[in-house]
Design a protein around this ligand. Structure first.
Ligand SMILES: [Zn+2]
Length: 487
């Protein structure tokens, strides 16, 4: 245990690398030891999320775990020998949980803007064919670089290549990496599932000893045949795997399932070489359709988007305790619509905030996501009292942890939970004079305001410095990718 003030200190005996001092919000160190070490983090505001904000608060961290939380003065008396890190005029809070991402598509940022969902999907798929394995990896590295810089400490990332697994592992993030399964040819179901089992098994070995778990993602109703959905669901149930897939996003997806129509049934299937397989109207909604093929039954299912849903669909999701990755910015940008969030929450569904990928959302800025999400709901509901800034901070942290069924470990600052924390600088002119911390976070802050990102007691980012990533190298690596993706 040691006391860390804002000036530069080096303590070789503890396994910490401590670095520069500087601004009044100086915080500076990287934990490179796996041994249990203690420190006391203090800030103007500590936001446990599960309890009321604490002004002039502090958090005591021991190894990878939160040991105590409370007023700085009181904690200092109880822990007089602990090193102190003063985050200054900042909000110390749980790290953001991105309940849906595709890191490997980060280099597609800005390439397919201003297209409707189906046309966006076709363009992205077409351009993706130009990528080799190393390109996907470079693109995923760009994604984790942005995530760490933006205060995301845990992700639910879907990938077909495994690039995200390697990149997320190297970055030191926590999360679930979902292997994407696709296939519309019923004759190949056994072959696809057998291959998928091998890949998931090898990914589990790669994730062993890290903060990552492996799940499976039957991608969507327009890329996965009914028997494949059924087979993957049964496999996931047997193995206890987490499952994630896109569901009821766009009006085109709704038309594809219910009426056998839309660009997905014609242009998209043709582009994928699946136009030989006769796709017929099912007469039901996407949610009802996947229920018929057992896709909701495995027990740990999270679905993404859920915009085109009826009250009856929401009842079905509740029946299977399905959680939802709510992606308001992506859904609005691609013209999918606005999800009925109030109804999800009134039915006590587990809901987290997802940002999909820079290919659709352009940035992975959870402040932006919370702000846009809140404003869209107010516009939709035509009233202001249904949602508050606090509601959205909760969705972006504890809600995400619940959606991933990881809330016993992360999502709020509580004794015994993992030390996944971020500090948000709130000293700017646009944040003054200071008011309620929830208001500051949702209505004024941006991803650049993150000054500190910690996962499991290890500092990944601090004031411009990355401890697990080489920013210059990553940006140089992704530059040539743009040329590949043009055209
Ligand atoms: Zn997605």
């Amino acid at each position: 245990m040691f006391l860390l003030l804002s000036d530069s200190i080096v303590d070789g005996g503890t396994g910490y690398r401590l670095s520069r001092s500087g601004s009044e919000r100086a915080i500076s160190e990287m934990i490179i030891s796996k041994q249990g070490v203690c420190m006391l983090l203090k800030a103007k505001w500590v936001l446990p999320v599960s309890k009321k904000p604490i002004e002039d608060g502090a958090v005591v961290i021991s190894g990878d775990t939160i040991e105590a939380i409370g007023k700085f003065k009181e904690l200092k008396k109880k822990h007089p020998k602990e090193k102190i890190k003063d985050c200054g005029q900042a909000v110390l809070m749980p790290g953001f949980i991105d309940a849906h991402s595709h890191f490997e598509y980060s280099a597609f940022r800005g390439l397919c803007d201003d297209l409707s969902f189906s046309h966006w999907k076709m363009q992205v798929t077409k351009k993706g064919n130009k990528f080799l394995d190393e390109d996907w990896f470079c693109s995923a590295k760009l994604g984790v670089l942005e995530a760490v810089r933006s205060g995301i400490t845990c992700v639910a990332d879907s990938t077909s290549t495994g690039a995200s697994l390697q990149a997320t592992k190297e970055a030191g993030l926590r999360g679930v990496i979902f292997y994407e399964v696709t296939g519309m040819d019923d004759s190949k179901v056994n072959e696809i599932v057998s291959k998928s089992k091998k890949i998931v098994s090898s990914w589990q070995v790669k994730a062993d000893g890290t903060n990552l778990k492996i799940g499976v993602s039957p991608y969507s109703v327009y890329t996965v045949s009914p028997p494949l959905f059924k087979s993957v669901s049964h496999w996931a149930r047997e193995e206890g795997l987490r499952v994630c897939f896109h569901l009821a996003g766009s009006p085109d997806e709704y038309g594809f399932v219910k009426y056998g129509s839309s660009s997905l049934a014609t242009l998209f299937l043709k582009q994928m070489g699946w136009d030989d397989f006769l796709w017929q109207p099912t007469g039901v909604s996407p949610v009802k359709y996947v229920e018929q093929w057992d896709a909701l039954e495995s027990g740990k299912v999270m679905v993404v988007h859920c915009v085109q849903v009826s009250d009856e669909d929401i009842d079905i999701l509740k029946k299977y305790d399905v959680s939802i990755a709510h992606c308001p910015k992506c859904s609005a940008k691609l013209g999918m619509g606005i999800a009925p969030l109030r109804k999800f929450l009134h039915r006590n569904l587990k809901v987290g905030m997802g940002m999909d990928s820079p290919a659709s959302n352009n940035t992975m800025d959870m402040f932006d996501e919370m702000r846009i999400g809140l404003l869209l709901q107010r516009g939709l509901e035509e009233k202001v009292d249904e949602f508050s800034a606090e509601n959205f901070v909760r969705l972006a942290t504890l809600g995400g942890a619940q959606a991933l069924r990881m809330d016993s470990e992360i999502g709020s600052l509580e004794e015994g939970k993992k030390a996944d924390l971020i500090a948000v600088d709130i000293s700017h002119a646009y944040q003054s004079p200071m008011c309620d911390p929830y208001s500051i976070l949702v209505y004024t802050a941006n991803q650049e305001d993150i000054i500190f990102t910690m996962v499991g007691g290890k500092v990944l980012y601090e004031e411009g410095e990355y401890f697990t990533l080489d920013k210059k190298k990553v940006l140089a690596m992704v530059k040539p990718l743009r040329n590949k993706l043009k055209g």
